[in-house]
Write a protein that binds this ligand. Structure first.
Ligand code: SF4
Ligand code: SF4
Length: 140
């Protein structure tokens, strides 16, 4: 199974076509829609995670490009804004990888970016919004 976060940009010429439907039906791919801004006869934008067998994934991406859709891969990482973090420790209870942890004996909250899986669970629980998602986009 291969999965990637993608940004799809639709020109006004293709925005009304059932492209996502074909992606699922013809290439056996699954998607998780994160954001969609589509207006009839105008340009559109979709942010989604697309997943499936690697061979089908490649074919699906080719289908998108051949259909006139601009496809960008989104790589993202989660970082801590040190100025915002006030060391409350809430995030350490939810972090599944141990990237956020209590440093003893000083009881400070540490962040080891090399252990972070970018799952974003900490972003939703942090009361200070100190855990930030950074997106890097590249055309594929
Ligand atoms: S929940 Fe937010 S403010 Fe609290 S320790 Fe974690 S990053 Fe810092
Ligand atoms: S994004 Fe996930 S793995 Fe990374 S620090 Fe936050 S909770 Fe931990």
């Amino acid at each position: 199974m291969h999965a990637e976060m993608l940004v799809l940009r639709f020109s006004r010429e293709v925005v009304d076509k059932p492209i996502i439907y074909r992606l699922v039906k013809d290439y056996d791919l699954e998607f998780n829609l994160l954001k969609a801004t589509i207006y009839p006869r105008k340009e559109g934008l979709i942010v989604m995670e697309l997943r499936g067998h690697p061979k089908n994934f490649r074919k699906g991406i080719k289908y998108l490009r051949d259909s006139g859709v601009k496809v960008q891969r989104v790589a993202h990482e989660v970082r801590r804004n040190e100025e915002r973090c006030y060391q409350c420790g809430t995030c350490t209870a939810i972090c599944p990888t141990g990237a956020l942890y209590i440093q003893r004996p000083e009881m400070a909250v540490g962040f080891d970016a090399s252990k972070c899986s970018a799952c974003e669970l900490c972003c939703s629980v942090c009361p200070a919004r100190a855990m930030e998602v950074r997106l890097n986009q590249s055309v594929i």
